[in-house]
Every structure is written in structure tokens, then in C-alpha cells.
Design a protein around this ligand. Structure first.
Ligand SMILES: [Zn+2]
Ligand SMILES: [Zn+2]
Length: 158
């Protein structure tokens, strides 16, 4: 421990609604997010999606075979092929992290979105508690600072 930040208490395990797919997280998230974009509204069947960017080496599927869903484009939205839960996303051109939906984790009671995106189309009543809010996505150049800020004082499991 090089600083006083609370520990993440890894690893975490989780799975889809039916349990055919199980997964494990062994590295802390880089960022936690809520996205209000209309694509996320549809795919989450809700007002916004929740995600956490997990470094790819710290993410592992333990059982089951996730299938591609959503737009079937260069960004891979991964689902359980049986219960059709939207579990995680492999974003185009950004192999170093996986966007995991935090509600897949067996315990995600600690989760709070650190940034929210596409606030320009958010439902007026949809409050996420995010520290930073962006009309669309932040500039790419902003991520390094956001990741550093999240690492320093991001939320942690209690
Ligand atoms: Zn399933
Ligand atoms: Zn979105």
C-alpha cells in the first residue's frame, strides 16, 4: 500500500441473469460511468446504462460463451445467449479495457457512476450522482485526468 486509499477487495465475481455465464474481475476499474445515450436507453431497457472500465487483463469469463448482440458493429456488445442479459462491451479500437455492466457483479453495492455521458438527452428525472457530467462523451484528452482522479478518490467497496 503506497497510499491511504481503501482497498478494492478484489477479486469480484459475477454472472448473467440465468447464471450460464460467470465472470471474474481481478483489477480495479479505471472509471465508472452512466450513459444516457439513446442506444444505451434501448439496450438497457431503461433511462441509462451503467458501466465500469475494467483493464482487459483483469477481466475473465469463467464459464459460458458470451455472444455478440446490439448493433453487431465494430464495438462488440456481449450478451448471454440464453437469458440475453447485456453483460459487457468491447469498445472499438480500445482493447485495453472492457466495459462491464456493474449489475453483473454479485455485489456491486459500492458502485457509484463517476462520470455521466450524453447528458444532453437524459430524462429530466434521471439523476445518477456522477461527479462529472458531459453533454456527449468527454474529449479523448480528458480521460487520462479522469482516470487519475478516479484512482485517487474513486468509490470503493466498503
Ligand atoms: Zn444467462
Ligand atoms: Zn450510451
Amino acid at each position: 500500500m503506497e497510499n491511504a486509499a481503501p482497498e478494492w477487495k478484489l477479486p469480484w465475481e459475477g454472472g448473467c441473469r440465468c447464471g450460464k455465464i460467470r465472470l471474474r474481475v481481478t483489477q480495479p476499474p479505471l472509471l465508472t460511468m452512466a450513459c444516457h445515450c439513446t442506444g444505451c436507453q434501448r439496450m438497457s431497457s431503461s433511462a441509462f446504462s451503467l458501466s465500469m472500465a475494467v483493464p482487459t487483463p483483469g477481466f475473465e469469463v469463467l464459464s459460458g460463451e458470451p455472444v455478440v448482440g446490439g448493433l453487431h458493429g465494430p464495438t462488440k456488445h456481449m450478451f448471454c445467449g440464453h437469458c440475453m442479459t447485456w453483460m459487457f462491451t468491447r469498445p472499438e479500437g480500445m482493447d485495453f479495457f472492457v466495459n462491464l455492466r456493474p449489475s453483473m457483479l454479485d455485489d456491486w453495492s459500492w458502485f457509484v457512476p463517476f462520470i455521466e455521458t450524453y447528458a444532453e438527452v437524459k430524462r429530466p428525472w434521471a439523476a445518477t450522482g456522477a461527479v462529472h457530467s458531459y453533454p456527449q462523451f468527454p474529449e479523448m484528452s480528458a480521460y487520462e485526468g479522469l482516470i487519475a482522479e478516479f484512482a485517487a478518490k474513486g468509490v470503493r467497496p466498503k
